[in-house]
Ligand binder design. Structure first.
Ligand SMILES: [Fe+2]
Ligand SMILES: [Fe+2]
Length: 200
């Protein structure tokens, strides 16, 4: 897989997890029944590690960097995407806080579902901007030498932060979420209808 295919594939995993999060919160709100808090926390841990510490740094360090070196066309958008990466930590902390508060009874299921919707919407918009604006621009502007460098960096299996061992750790975490999610969410092992392009 080349770098763009890897990014798209990671977005599909993230979309599926975000969708699972939304369905759990919506269903709890509608049925007035407490959600599976352990599963919600597993999802937050996955978002924290896979999305924030694994996915974002590769985008910034390789794709965004190369694009900045080739064109001034998307400088504002790239700056916004990087601000959103930085903002994601605080947004995830709000989500974690809402899950804790819902479990202790300090906030209701309506409020939890609202926080979940806001978080998922923010992340979907972010991924859609990357897929609809930044990736096509990169395909137009970057040279074959750029792609060779980026693809090599994305495929570096020995990298302690981004290599095979780390990918395997995230795959296990995702499998664990899938195992506990009610069908037909992630229970299909990634082949289900929710593994779609972000926001669709
Ligand atoms: Fe991003
Ligand atoms: Fe992304």
């Amino acid at each position: 897989m080349n770098a763009l295919d890897i990014i798209r594939s990671e977005h599909r995993s993230l979309s599926a997890v975000l969708h699972t999060l939304q369905v759990l919160a919506r269903s709890a709100r509608e049925r007035r029944v407490a959600p599976d808090f352990a599963l919600l926390r597993l999802i937050v841990d996955y978002l924290d590690s896979f999305h924030q510490r694994f996915h974002h740094p590769k985008e910034v360090g390789h794709l965004f960097k190369a694009l900045r070196g080739r064109t001034g066309e998307a400088q504002g958008t790239l700056a916004r995407l990087e601000r959103e990466h930085a903002e994601s930590d605080a947004r995830l902390a709000v989500l974690r806080g809402a899950i804790d508060a819902a479990q202790s009874g300090a906030c209701g299921l309506d409020e939890l579902a609202s926080v979940v919707e806001a978080y998922a919407d923010f992340q979907w918009r972010h991924m859609r901007t990357e897929e609809d604006l930044i990736m096509p621009l990169a395909e137009r502007e970057l040279s074959s030498e750029d792609w060779q460098r980026i693809d090599t960096a994305f495929a570096d299996d020995d990298d302690p932060d981004f290599g095979t061992a780390r990918r395997e750790e995230y795959r296990r975490l995702l499998a664990s979420i899938a195992e506990h999610a009610p069908p037909p969410l992630l229970g299909s092992g990634g082949a289900g209808p929710y593994w779609q392009k972000p926001g669709r």
